[in-house]
Write a protein that binds this ligand. Structure first.
Ligand code: MD6
Ligand code: FE
Length: 216
């Protein structure tokens, strides 16, 4: 942990509200970083990051993979969750215990009890990669929150309203931050601005974000 990270983690240790049922918890994942990164390396060795194609025919600038019983995918036919990795033809790698434990603990800290995710979407951003405004609506259970962990380079997260054209708040997300949202905030539009090329000491020119969901 750097001094700056320690400061963010201890001096500003209260969850930062970004909506009625949405918070950012600064530095919450820092104690788990080494375990998370080794688990991700293992997942990626079985289910590599890939740039998927959207139903509209665009190749995503964000590369992704999944772990857990269900994985989020997109192709020309649409967005959906599958139990099979379309690239390997086998199941997605299992969700590591450290992932499930962190997700459930962070959800509880944000006021969502008994969160048991069955899907974890892992996104990799290189400089210039972005995510356009979207709603997360492919999950079966909208009652469960989403827990989002950011590692590596910082990003500017856009957090909008329930209509695409609603004004968006710009929320910086740094290495180790966890965002959690659910209930009235669950369907809000959100996205990520194009990543600046400001390398991170541990992950160099990458940002890795993983989001835990109850998809099935
Ligand atoms: C990202 N995250 O931060 C993209 N979706 O890289 C998401 O799209 C997202 O962070 C739902 C809930 C939390 C998220
Ligand atoms: Fe999303």
């Amino acid at each position: 942990m750097t001094t700056l990270e320690l400061f963010r983690n201890t001096a500003l240790n209260t969850p930062e509200p970004i909506g009625p049922r949405a918070v950012v918890m600064r530095g919450y994942a820092l104690p788990y970083v080494d375990d998370l990164l080794s688990a991700i390396a293992d997942i990626v060795s079985h289910a590599p990051f890939r740039n998927m194609v959207t139903p509209g025919g665009f190749t995503m600038s964000v590369a992704l993979t999944n772990c857990g019983a269900l994985g989020w995918t997109t192709d020309r036919k649409g967005y959906r969750y599958t139990s099979i990795d379309p690239d390997t033809g086998g199941p997605w790698p299992a969700m590591p215990d450290v992932f499930a434990a962190l997700a459930s603990e962070a959800a509880a800290a944000a006021g969502f009890r008994n969160f048991k995710p069955d899907a974890c979407l892992i996104n990799r951003y290189l400089p210039g990669a972005r995510l356009s405004l979207h709603q997360d609506r492919n999950e079966r259970d909208f009652n469960a929150p989403i827990v989002s962990v950011s590692l590596g380079m910082s990003a500017t997260f856009l957090f909008g309203g329930h209509v695409r054209s609603d004004k968006t708040a710009k929320i910086p997300l740094h290495h180790g931050d966890i965002a959690v949202w659910g209930e009235v905030d669950r369907m809000r539009y959100h996205g990520v601005m194009p990543l600046k090329d400001e390398p991170h000491p541990l992950l160099s020119n990458q940002r890795i974000n993983f989001t835990f969901r109850k998809a099935g």
